[in-house]
Design a protein around this ligand. Structure first.
Ligand SMILES: *Cc1c(COP(=O)(O)O)cnc(C)c1O
Length: 400
């Protein structure tokens, strides 16, 4: 029999759970795009988007997913024949590099594999050897969604500064913005990209490129930029249609407005603390399961783990079997072993955005039931350990 009937839960790393408030904000007829509320509302999104990224720089909005923001960011600062350095820690940074290749940019990759974070020593070696400044930009992913590693962004900036290397520093925060603490200005990113369907809790279809004055200077000589991806008219928008180079993504804007209101009401520090507590509950369960079977967190060091997504190695084909069981028997959809070999040895838990303790504890209990049903060996006490984390954190955190 199945226990899947009831409200399904999509615990994947994007699209994330959409709050009813966001969905209700979108449930309306077509608005006036010439005058009225929509125009003012769009202007009001800009300072709030900058606040979420912790930057005093600019932000351009694109109708497109994260891949669109990848291309937009690259096109505005690079020219064909330029070289970029990709710091690979999972599928996504390599994907961004492939996007650069498509623009005629040469890509050099430092690959740290899919179980480790960026090694700053190796970054320093490569940049120090680049005496004539051939490397025009360094590309890093803050949280790589495939490996669930969290990289030291301020650390990479410190290497660039120590060497006085002029490369722009470009960071992908698509999986992590509004989940893991990120400080664009304080940590020294020149360009940052994110999309709306993960920590920002809005249906897929919008993405953003934030950039500093330094990146704006690079835009003046970049030859990859094309009319549509040009961020300049979007941030200087003197007429409404220029924000999006055409019709506005009207309903997404209403949804995003509601999501940014929710973020402002909870406050970023409280949001970061909630994500950390939920992540630690998941890790506590994983530690218990790992005591008596094949389950392991993909990233061994908790300090290098994302608070938004957790990749779990479960042995082949247990990863896939668990995904199937949880979905078909209990209404819980887990993330696939994206970019991993063999893919059926892995699963991922998305815990980003509109997620609370009962959702995460419920997901862990379903996984625990799946392990039992599928006779996958596992240590006991995972739910006990997870609920203890939530109880302890709820008691000690200052907010309510
Ligand atoms: C989801 C994701 C992307 C890709 O975003 P799409 O909206 O699927 O194009 C890129 N980078 C990271 C880190 C992601 O999590």
């Amino acid at each position: 029999m199945t226990f899947a009937n009831g409200r399904p839960y999509l615990a994947i790393p994007g699209p994330s759970v959409m709050p009813d408030r966001v969905l209700r904000a979108m449930h309306r007829g077509a608005p006036n795009i010439y005058t009225g509320d929509l125009i003012e509302m769009t202007r009001g999104l800009i300072p709030d988007l900058k606040a979420v990224a912790r930057t005093a720089g600019e932000v351009a909005i694109y109708i497109g997913n994260g891949h669109a923001a990848w291309e937009a960011a690259l096109a505005n600062v690079l020219s064909p024949g330029d070289t970029v350095l990709v710091l690979g820690t999972g599928r996504f940074c390599h994907g961004w590099g492939e996007m650069a290749e498509g623009l005629g940019v040469s890509v050099e990759t430092l690959d740290f594999g899919d179980r480790a974070a960026i090694g700053l020593d190796r970054v320093e070696e490569v940049l120090a050897a680049d005496r004539d400044g051939r490397i025009k930009a360094v590309l890093a992913v803050f949280v790589d969604t495939s490996s669930s590693v969290k990289n030291d962004i301020a650390g990479v900036r410190a290497v660039l500064d120590r060497l006085g290397h002029p490369a722009l520093f470009m960071v992908d925060c698509i999986a992590s913005l509004g989940c893991d603490r990120f400080e664009m200005d304080a940590w020294g990113a020149d360009v940052m990209v994110a999309a709306c369907q993960k920590g920002l809790m809005t249906p897929p279809g919008m993405s953003f490129v934030w950039f500093t004055a330094r990146a704006a200077v690079a835009r003046e000589t970049a030859r990859c930029v094309t009319r549509y991806w040009d961020w300049k008219p979007r941030v200087e928008a003197d007429e409404y249609w220029r924000y999006f180079d055409g019709t506005a993504p009207t309903h997404h804007l209403y949804g995003l407005r509601a999501a940014l209101d929710m973020i402002a009401e909870e406050g970023l520090p409280a949001i970061w603390a909630r994500h950390e507590g939920l992540a630690r509950a998941i890790w506590a369960a994983l530690d218990a399961w790992a005591q008596g079977g094949p389950l392991r967190p993909n990233i061994a060091d908790p300090a290098l783990r994302s608070h938004a997504v957790t990749s779990v190695e479960a042995g082949s084909p247990n990863g896939l079997a668990l995904q199937d069981w949880c979905r078909d028997r209990a209404g819980l959809t887990l993330g696939i072993g994206l970019g991993r070999t063999p893919a059926d040895a892995f699963f991922r838990i998305g815990h980003m955005g509109h997620v609370n303790a009962h959702m995460v504890l419920g997901a862990l209990a379903v996984i625990d039931a799946g392990l039992k049903a599928l006779a996958i060996p596992h240590g006991r006490g995972a739910l006990e350990a997870a609920s203890q984390v939530i109880a302890d954190r709820a008691a000690t955190t200052a907010s309510p």
